[in-house]
Design a protein around this ligand. Structure first.
Ligand code: ZN
Length: 104
């Protein structure tokens, strides 16, 4: 089974309204090119450019690669967003921020 790119600090998420959010922080224990990978949990609560807020992913969390017992987030992930102004939506990964490290 082919892996998917691991999301890195500096990667971005896209919501269904066209808003974007940048992954501001990552793991200090596993890095690619000096930037930390996004450990699952770090993608929750990010604010998108048009005010959506990301909720926990429903897919795309690694099953084999973990950091500190927490799975890393993959480029195939996505989940719901909350937004009191324009209504709930969904988010996907717009850019993983790197293409060197893949995982399943
Ligand atoms: Zn949105």
């Amino acid at each position: 089974m082919a892996g998917a790119d691991v999301v890195l600090q500096g990667g971005s998420l896209l919501c269904s309204h066209g808003g974007t959010a940048t992954v501001a922080s990552g793991s200090t224990r596993l890095t690619v090119g000096s930037k930390g990978v996004l450990v699952s949990g770090g993608e929750i609560g990010l604010t998108f450019s048009e005010s959506c807020v990301s909720a926990a992913p429903t897919a795309g969390v690694a099953t084999k690669l973990t950091v500190g017992k927490m799975p890393v987030l993959l480029a195939t992930s996505g989940g719901p967003t909350a937004n009191s102004q324009v209504g709930a939506g969904t988010w996907t990964v717009q850019s993983a921020g790197q293409t060197k490290l893949t995982a399943v």
